[in-house]
Design a protein around this ligand. Structure first.
Ligand code: UDP
Length: 328
């Protein structure tokens, strides 16, 4: 099949491209490198079944041509990371909502199967875990920029479901919980690459707040397995589906684990949220997925643990450390 991956040079998108190419598909990636990186797809360049187009999903003319020529569309392009969202709220809202509007419109016009990733951020401030897809949602005030990301993604969800309702567009909406693994950068605030990199370098690990907040981390290889199965399963169309790993850990516990597993001498430093993100920042206290729906629909079950994730991410940083040392 011909498969279009918007944001295909990003962390999740590039793993998706690898998997689909290995399965024998022809892949087109469109990415503007806003948060994606050429290095994530450099190994695919030159292959006859891979095409990279450096452009934005807001280029409607281009998107129309690409969608018309595709059999499947994975719309992975998005602003990502709490740091970016706090610093560039306009870009966050516009890339997310306008990009999805363009993609869904053309997928509807040309009747293409499309997957729209959403986020566990949409669950907002609720603490009654695990989070189920049909739960009511409570978010913060519009003066707190963090919630702009969740609200923009929620609007994407509404639009996707509206297209399904009105035109039977074959669309599946996936709420991704914290997805991690090799190629993820800590540059936009993501905790696992930041902690593991600091641990590998024996530098201080910075825990924001008291570290009692928790997250559940899913390995990117489990996640892309889920995504590729969902788009091929028609009973998933018009549904919102959680994908993640319910194994929960506090952020302080994560710091300790990263230190222990890498044999690091790093110290843990606690930093108040406002020093990092400014006054009035609101974090999510807990975020645990209920994955019953994904399990019932596609038999989804994560196979990689947090230990696997830390090992894989540490191996990547150790490799890049030794190649930097060799070239120095
Ligand atoms: N976090 C931290 N130190 C860091 C980066 C993140 O303590 O260097 C915390 C952050 O405050 C949050 C959790 O780790 O409570 C997960 O952060 P991330 O940005 O990875 O994802 P999200 O908040 O979107 O779940």
């Amino acid at each position: 099949m011909k498969i279009l991956i918007t944001g295909g040079a990003g962390f999740v998108g590039s793993h998706l491209a690898d998997k689909l190419i290995a399965e024998g598909h022809e892949i087109t990636v469109v990415d503007d490198f806003s948060t994606g990186r050429y290095s994530n797809v450099a190994h695919l360049e030159g292959r006859s079944d891979f095409r990279l187009i450096v452009d934005t999903v807001l280029n409607a003319k281009l998107m129309e041509e690409l969608i018309r020529d595709s059999d499947r569309v994975f719309h992975m392009a998005s602003a990502v990371g709490v740091r970016l969202i706090m610093e560039q709220p306009v870009q966050t809202i516009e890339t997310i909502f306008r990009g999805t509007d363009i993609v869904l419109g053309f997928c509807s016009r040309y009747r293409k199967r499309v997957l729209i990733p959403s986020t566990s951020e949409v669950y907002g401030k609720g603490t009654s875990v695990p989070f189920r897809e049909d739960d009511d949602i409570q978010k913060g005030s519009t003066s707190k920029h963090r919630w702009a990301y969740a609200c923009a993604k929620e609007l994407d969800e509404f639009l996707a479901l509206a297209f399904w309702k009105e035109t039977r567009l074959p669309v599946v909406v996936v709420r991704l919980f914290n997805t991690v693994g090799p190629r993820q950068t800590g540059q936009y605030g993501m905790v696992v690459p930041r902690f593991v990199k600091s641990a590998v370098n024996n530098e201080p690990i910075t825990v924001y707040g008291d570290g009692e907040q928790s997250r559940c981390f899913g390995h990117v290889s489990d996640v892309v397995e889920g995504l590729t199965t969902l788009i091929e399963t028609p009973k998933c169309f018009g549904r919102v589906i959680n994908i993640g790993n319910p194994e929960e850990i506090s952020i302080k516990g994560l710091a300790e684990k990263a230190i222990e597993m890498t044999g690091s001498s790093s110290e843990i430093e606690f930093i108040p949220y406002e020093e990092v993100y400014g006054a009035g920042f609101e974090d999510m206290k807990r975020r645990v997925p209920c994955i019953d729906r994904a399990n019932e629909l596609i038999g989804f079950k994560p196979t990689r643990t947090l230990d696997d994730i830390i090992n894989d991410v540490a191996a990547e940083f150790q490799d890049s450390k030794s190649s930097t040392a060799e070239s120095a």
